[in-house]
Design a protein around this ligand. Sequence first.
Ligand SMILES: [Zn+2]
Ligand SMILES: [Zn+2]
Length: 371
Amino acid sequence: MRTSKAAILWNTHEPWSVEEVEIDDPVAGEVLVKLTASGMCHSDEHLVTGDIPAPLPVIGGHEGAGVVEQVGEGVTDFAVGDHVVLSFIPSCGKCRWCSTGHQNLCDLGMHLLGGVAITDGTQRIRARGQGVGTMVLLGTFCPYVVVHQSSVVKIDPEVPLELACLTGCGVVTGWGSSVYTAEVQPGDTVVVIGVGGIGVNAIQGARLAGAKRILAIDPVEFKREQAQVFGATDVAESIDAAGPLLGMMTWGTMADKVILTTSVAEGGLIGPAMSLVSKNGVLVVTAVAPWNQNEVTLNLFDLSMMQKQIRGTVFGSANPRADIPKLLGLYKEGKLLLDELVTRTYTLEDINQGYQDMRDGKNIRGVIRFD
Ligand SMILES: [Zn+2]
Ligand SMILES: [Zn+2]
């Protein structure tokens, strides 16, 4: 058992509370990781707004990287000292989805929002004398995490952990949305709607997949500037403004692939996004909608007569065990930008300032440093 500080959400629409917690040792099948850093993903904000329902209290955070400090009984794939990234999607390697190349859909995912450990349905962390859940089985807003081995991916120790943490969610989700879900091909015209931590990585994915033109849409000027750092060739401040621009860029054909990476998905965005899609083109919906969002407005005629498609994705349809090391390899070769993703770093105590900066459109990604 050890004690540490952690950022806990006790009620929705409240700030994160940074306070002392007690952390138990890992049991069989679990790993204790001392984190170097945690990304501040928008999805943790969805806990605060209640758009993602989770039992409270909960320790937020799901983009962590660090060093294995202790392993539970029966853990053979990890050893003390290993550098690891935590994947927000666990992968058992054995279920129907894992064994057919869809680790992002692993059946263990059903435990993601349960707030209790996969191993035994209990909790490893206590605050104010009661058990505390962890965001998607991780809870990286705490420098120590006890996680199931299915959530842990070993990485090249040469990659800085404070950058590697971003591949636990945002980088793979954005990159995979372009490369795997949209299946961007060399020569495609791609539109990315919403330039946050996911959107810039969708732009990088499209660039690496050989897109001819990449149009990034965001109302914030800073975000449009950042989009160009990651590979956008054109920018627009709204879907309405993008329509005529895209028409000129493509001689009226419109975009082969459109990827929706806004901070929140809303039913009313689907129709306008589909207006940017070409015949036989694809709209990928990566952005998370409130869990009770049931109404969508779009022109159904488009689906049959224009052969347009809409595809959803979680974790960019990627395989954490293959794709996290792959992306870190692309980083080492200078092909994937990670340093540029981190706009600002924060201490754990500054977490609420970090999220305010995100809401204000000042950050592509804020990162909490624990060292
Ligand atoms: Zn995330
Ligand atoms: Zn599985």
